[in-house]
Design a binder for this molecule. Structure first.
Ligand SMILES: Cc1ncc(COP(=O)(O)O)c(C=O)c1O
Length: 489
């Protein structure tokens, strides 16, 4: 797919206003006529969850209890059809219920062709690694770490970078999320936000936020170029210490609020890293595999000077496993064997995961999913702009392919985050049939990452539902008692 400078953008408001009558009368009546109480619209399964499943893995926004799924839709325990615009936190980026992926996993288990790639190898994993090297361009001699989660893929990169450079520090950006455990958590900006014990080897600089450039430059009127120049000045200063092994960056700061960086941010980072002998890893765990409209995501928008200029490492996960835990880190030759034996997980390179991952890559190619994400993403963004054009709490609609954020603010001038409104909107959207999350440091950005396979009708349903949910939230139609049970992030 050719580079497209317009693909990733904060969109300007369109003057069109479309008045939407509630498209969800049926769904609403299902909820209201349900035997469930409003306090517990999802019923028994959710209650059982609350009594047996522990807190560390919970980040709940509403009582979604899934029974089955097909494509982008989930059937809930109380027989409602909900479009999952989170793609199951990205794990089902190709949608639910894909029989072919399930067959691949099953046949790999039945074949019994090996266990992992620790003390043996297997053909599925060798083939999978080769295919990843083919679809992500770069130098000969690169190799692939096969893991289970984005967290361990990024950890593998961090450990390999430290070993390769004999330096210890990792530079990342504000509000970034690179993992929930160990080295990848320690090197995440969100860890600093949460006030956790910071690893002295982690250095965090602000991500260039075009909506609030003053956070970096001190001036809300700063241009894109000025913002980029200031972030790069600080980066250059930090790299000049000679202590930084690795720069770890997201092409879009997703959990930071779907922040799309200034043009050429990655290119400038890459140049700076080369000047100072630092390695660069682009973390595509959330937005990789075509979600932004290009694959790899870093090829969009002229990020690099030349097609041969590639990051030293790229990490993938989530969608890569088609619902199974599969991740990968594609690493430059100098990193690939620098930390041999440095991250041993029993299931590294398990055949069922690799076989399924191969099928995911095949589906992405066969169905032209990056191109489709670009088209459907543009459509969804335009629809959201139309539907929310007159809504005073919508500060910005921005996105890149099917990675879209709607930033809610109390006041468009002050841009104060509308945190409670975002939580109420997300809750109401769930009641109306769309599951989505909010993200951002102020918890005020509606986050849309639906499966790459959504249709035009799905995009219209999402846009209609979100605008209706926002109107209802503004009108105070959501019971605060319902919201109190869900802390979100
Ligand atoms: C950009 C990014 N990197 C890494 C991770 C960690 O992935 P996992 O939860 O699979 O460990 C996430 C998870 O949300 C992510 O968004």
């Amino acid at each position: 797919m050719p580079n497209s400078p317009t693909l990733c953008s904060a969109s300007h408001r369109l003057p069109i206003v479309i008045h939407v009558t509630n498209p969800h009368e049926q769904d609403l009546s299902v909820i209201h006529n349900s035997r469930r109480t409003p306090m517990d619209p999802s019923g028994d399964l959710y209650e059982r969850d609350e009594s047996v499943l522990a807190g560390p893995s919970k980040m709940r926004f509403y009582p979604l209890a899934a029974r089955s799924g097909e494509g982008p839709y989930l059937m809930t325990d109380d027989d409602r059809r909900v479009l999952d615009a989170t793609s199951g936190q990205g794990a089902f980026g190709l949608g639910y219920g894909d029989a072919r992926l399930a067959d691949s996993a099953r046949s790999a288990l039945m074949d019994g062709g090996g266990a992992n790639v620790l003390a043996m190898t297997n053909s599925a994993s060798v083939e999978f690694a080769q295919r990843l090297l083919d679809v992500i361009p770069g130098d000969a001699g690169r190799k692939v770490y096969l893991g289970l989660t984005g967290s361990d893929a990024n950890t593998a990169v961090i450990r390999s970078a430290r070993a390769a450079t004999q330096r210890s520090k990792v530079l990342s950006f504000g509000h970034s999320y690179h993992g929930g455990i160990g080295d990848s958590q320690a090197a995440s900006g969100f860890n600093a936000d949460a006030g956790g014990d910071m690893d002295p080897r982690a250095v965090v600089l602000p991500y260039p936020d075009l909506y609030r450039p003053e956070a970096v430059t001190g001036d809300p009127a700063s241009t894109e170029e000025e913002l980029l120049a200031e972030v790069m000045r600080r980066t250059e200063e930090t790299l000049a210490s000679g202590e930084i092994a690795l720069v770890l960056v997201e092409p879009i700061a997703h959990d930071g609020g779907i922040l799309i960086p200034p043009k050429h941010f990655l290119r400038e980072l890459h140049r700076a890293c080369r000047r100072h002998g630092t390695l660069l890893c682009v973390d595509e765990v959330k937005v990789g595999l075509g979600r932004t409209g290009t694959f790899p995501a870093y090829t969009a928008d002229d990020y690099f000077d030349h097609p041969d200029h590639t990051p030293d490492a790229v990490t993938l996960g989530k969608t890569l496993g088609g619902g199974l835990p599969v991740s990968a880190a594609i690493m430059a030759p100098k990193m690939a064997d620098a930390a041999t034996g440095g991250l041993l997980l029993t299931m590294n390179g398990y055949p069922a995961g690799s076989r399924t991952g191969l099928d995911v890559l095949r589906r992405i190619d066969d169905e032209g999913l990056p191109e489709r994400a670009a088209t459907q993403g543009q459509l969804l963004k335009d629809l959201l702009l139309e539907r929310t054009a007159q809504m005073l709490h919508v500060g910005e609609v921005r996105g890149c392919g099917l990675s879209i954020g709607v930033e809610l603010v109390l006041d468009r001038e002050t841009k104060e985050p509308a945190t409670d409104l975002a939580a109420a909107t997300v809750y109401r959207a769930f009641e109306l049939g769309v599951a989505l999350n909010y993200s951002g440091i102020g918890g005020n950005v509606l986050e849309l990452v639906p499966p790459l396979t959504i249709t035009r009708a799905d995009a219209e349903f999402i846009a209609d539902t979100i605008s209706q949910a926002l109107r209802d939230a503004e009108d105070g139609k959501i019971d605060p008692n319902n919201l109190r049970r869900f802390s979100g992030w």
